[in-house]
Design a protein around this ligand. Sequence first.
Ligand code: ADP
Ligand code: MG
Length: 358
Amino acid sequence: MLKLNIRKLSGAACLLLMPALIFSGCSLSGGNTETKKTFFAMDTVMTLTVYGRKSGTADAKMANSEIAAEKAAARILEIEAALSVTSDTSELSRLNASENETAEASDDVLIPLGAALGIAGETGGALDVTVLPLVRAWGFLSKEYRVPSREELDTLLQNVGYSRLRISGREIVRPPGTELDFGAVAKGYAAQEAAELLRGEGVAGAVISLGGNVQTVGQKPGGEKWRIAVADPLDPDHGTIGTLSVGEAAVVTSGGYQRFFERGTVRYHHILDPKKGMPAENELLSVTVVCDNGTKADGLSTALFVMGFPAAMEHYKLQSDLEYGGFEAVFVTKDRRVIVTDGLKQSFAAANNKYDYE
Ligand code: ADP
Ligand code: MG
């Protein structure tokens, strides 16, 4: 029996991720207020909450929240149009279909690609944007799910490997058969771009919630921290493991619960181990990454999920010793432990007695 997970199509994910905002009051002093815009893009429900000036109100210094939210949504749709692998006309699909080994690319391809290749190098290829043939074979593009044979996966793996790519100026050089999939970084890049746009527009504050990717801008009305709930991977539609209080940050969760299908008693999810061609199976249920950049948070959460717990924690320790590139994380394991990294301990409030918190 094939059981499909259509969680991403419901609004529940958004409600879950921002309960504090959904139920909070909306008006600010001086006629300034919030604009909330919900739309569907990148196969998920997106909600932009922007604090600023409403049309017709006086404070000329502050951005009009409605116009800023419109512009941010348009920018996200523009990025979707460039990076979608389910539309034949996207820049990425045209690049994948081109017989030329060398193709010129736009910034919307080159920037997330550069970030993804950086993370791939640091994580021993746990993040690998060349997984598209595998993603297609498992049916995650068409949603006609299937379990490919070992032989089929081995053949496809011959075309998988990020080190097959070369970037030279604006040109991407790739051997025939190598195809790119930005599923692991596209939402994070879109959130990052939307955040930069909203900052440029001069909004007072904003929360960009793109499926499991949340990014905040500026200040919450009242000046307190933004509160972001982290989903319970064992009960993602209703439960949380706790709440993170953050300033300006990207908060991104990857987990096997986000998109999967079942055959008999086996669950196959959408985050693949690029070496094996199979869904990554280890002690982790989910990984949440907190850092200052959406693209990086998205790429890292996928990579850490593939690496598994001890290796992901080692990677965290290595990175936190560096002057650049630090991040924080919350790991949820199958044996019901929640491990919060040192830099987040003060900002995480536990909320689920099913788990042991460390
Ligand atoms: P979500 O899209 O649910 O937020 P992720 O950010 O973890 O989840 O990205 C998963 C998507 O990335 C998959 O749907 C697939 O398109 C692609 N992908 C799967 N495994 C990998 C991998 N190891 N490296 C890079 N991309 C991957
Ligand atoms: Mg990701």
